[in-house]
Design a protein. Structure first.
Length: 522
């Protein structure tokens, strides 16, 4: 006879063993529940390296700003083990990335991140109001075809980023760590990971088959991964207006001012962001009072009367911030083991608020490319395959980039008569409404990212301007101005298109990488 006591113990032990085995097996089978780098060890040399290479992350992301945080959640959700290293995990307080275009909101929805604009007092944005010489016109986003929730969103950038960071960090396979990445680790031309300084000052090294650098507009790490041709055409001077009502509620406001545009949009239910563009390489000094003088004497007289008092009160309050407006075409050196994203990779003038939309759209493209790959370890093959990323991103990125650069130049005041005519023609063209405003606004909002449509509208504005000059009676002087208007318009848009890549922009199907299929070994 078997002792029932012994039988009970045996059954219990077998059941326990079986439960442990099935738990372990389930963990390995489900990508959502991969281990949180549990076998990562810190060696005496201060290297944070897995005892077993399989325990390393699949992807290291440098920077958890708009691009890095959204990417971490996206790749984490797809089952990748993601190690994010962010210099400062506290809530950012900045004057950038506060208006997300509706096209960017649609990308947030595609990434499952739309709830990150909830609970941060974000405001819906339905379009723009344009002001010039006392006249104004409303340009609504063409949102009729979309769900009622789809619109632009404006908010405090830091609140939005914190929501995305929290969401990314809530995934068990995403590790969000505070640390400053100091360099990329390269072995025989392949990026193997990063060196970084942890929060407590330790010098560490982390390894992964793919490192994605999202360290923003001041990137220190992009040098070896691209050819950075950074231009700074102007600065934005930022102020917050409190408890004031904009002439058009829930709209961005663009004043075609002199010397350059002034923007207003709500960033919460009680605050309005004002960004004053100051062209050139330097801004008036804040500390010696030059800035206050400039804002009160040059800018304030151009502000709509409804918000004049709040503007002056904001200047008096003194919380004035500045940021360089940088632009940099994407010009990557495809490097095995590494990729650039966000502002580290590509920047455009922030006049049209397109940076976050481009970053989120790029993340959607990258996610779709990486999805069929279960193993990222063959760096050279992966690098070749990911070259198609640079072409597939072009419709959205190049449309938004080109529009931002061209519109900024057209919107700046100029003593040149041909440029003045172009600026006025642009305002009047957009004021015509219907197709004339819908087309350009849907390009700007990221809802219709078609480069050809952009070029057609741009030259339609120029021809509209020339037509007005020549009608009803063309004089030699007016013909001359018209000719300069067309050549000036070409001189604005053609260099931007050239920098974007004519072939990738207009004939993407002829770029060999366009056809690249996932590596067969995967
Ligand atoms: C004045 C201004 C206004 C703008 N307004 C808008 C707007 O209204 N709408 C819009 O769509 N876009 C706007 N933009 C552009 C937008 O802000 C950027 O496109 C967007 O923030 C890019 O996201 P990112 O993740 O690349 O960079 P960021 O959001 O700047 O994130 C970079 C992150 O990397 C971290 N980091 C940097 N170096 C390191 C390192 N060595 N190690 C670890 N972490 C590091 C930083 O701390 C930061 O968190 C504006 C830009 C400017 C300059």
């Amino acid at each position: 006879m078997v002792d029932p006591y012994v039988l009970g113990w045996t059954l219990c032990s077998l059941l326990t063993l079986f439960s442990l085995y099935s738990l372990a097996f389930r963990r390995r089978a489900s990508p959502e529940k991969r281990t949180d780098f549990s076998d990562t060890v810190t060696t005496t040399a201060g290297q944070c390296r897995s005892g077993n290479r399989k325990g390393d992350a699949d992807v290291i992301i440098v920077g958890a700003g708009v691009a890095g945080a959204a990417l971490a959640h996206t790749l984490g959700k797809d089952g990748r083990r993601v190690h994010v290293i962010e210099r400062d995990l506290s809530e950012p307080d900045r004057i950038v990335g506060e208006l997300l275009q509706p096209g960017g909101y649609l990308k947030l929805v595609e990434l499952g991140l739309e709830d990150c604009v909830d609970k941060i007092d974000a405001q819906q944005v339905f379009g723009y109001a344009l002001f010039k010489d006392g006249k104004h016109t409303r340009l609504s986003y063409p949102l009729e075809k979309f769900h009622s929730d789809v619109s632009g969103r404006s908010f405090h950038n830091g609140r939005f980023i914190q929501r995305m960071r929290e969401k990314a960090a809530s995934l068990p396979n995403v590790r969000l760590e505070q640390g400053t990445v100091t360099s990329l680790v390269e072995e025989k031309g392949v990026i193997k990971g990063v060196q970084y300084r942890s929060k407590d000052g330790q010098e560490l090294t982390a390894y992964a088959p793919l490192t994605i650098v999202c360290d923003g507009c001041f990137s220190n790490l992009r040098r070896s991964l691209c050819n950075p041709k950074v231009e700074v055409p102007s600065y934005f001077v930022g102020l917050v207006l409190e408890n004031c009502e904009l002439p058009y509620a829930n709209h961005g406001h663009v004043i075609l001012g002199d010397p350059s545009p002034i923007l207003f949009y709500p960033i919460s239910s009680t605050e309005v962001r004002c960004l004053v563009d100051v062209p050139g390489q330097k801004v008036p000094s804040i500390s010696n009072g030059e800035m206050e003088k400039y804002l009160k004497s040059t800018v304030a007289p151009q502000i709509p009367p409804e918000i004049y008092d709040s503007f002056v009160a904001a200047v008096d309050k003194g919380n004035i911030r500045t940021m360089p407006n940088r632009s940099m075409p994407a010009d990557p050196h495809p490097t095995p083991g590494a990729l650039l994203m966000g502002d580290a990779f590509n920047m455009r003038h922030p006049l049209t608020g397109g940076g976050m939309t481009v970053a989120l759209s790029d993340i959607v493209v990258l996610r779709n490319l990486l999805k069929p790959l279960s193993d990222l370890n063959d760096a050279p093959t992966l690098c070749k395959y990911l070259e198609s990323f640079y072409t597939l991103r072009k419709p959205v990125a190049s449309t938004i980039n080109t529009l931002a650069g061209a519109l900024y130049k057209v919107f700046c005041a100029s003593p040149d008569q041909a440029r003045k005519e172009m600026r006025q023609a642009c305002f009047d063209y957009l004021s015509l409404g219907g197709l004339f405003s819908e087309g350009p606004v849907s390009l700007l909002s990221g809802l219709n990212p078609r480069p050809l449509s952009l070029v057609l509208h741009f030259f339609a504005v120029a021809i509209f301007g020339v037509g007005r000059l020549l009608l009803p009676f063309p004089s030699p002087k007016r013909i001359w101005i018209g000719a300069r208007l067309i050549s000036g318009a070409s001189a604005i848009i053609l260099p931007i298109i050239k920098a974007e890549g004519i072939r990738q922009m207009f004939f993407p199907a002829t770029v060999p990488a366009y056809y690249r299929t996932p590596p067969v070994s995967q």
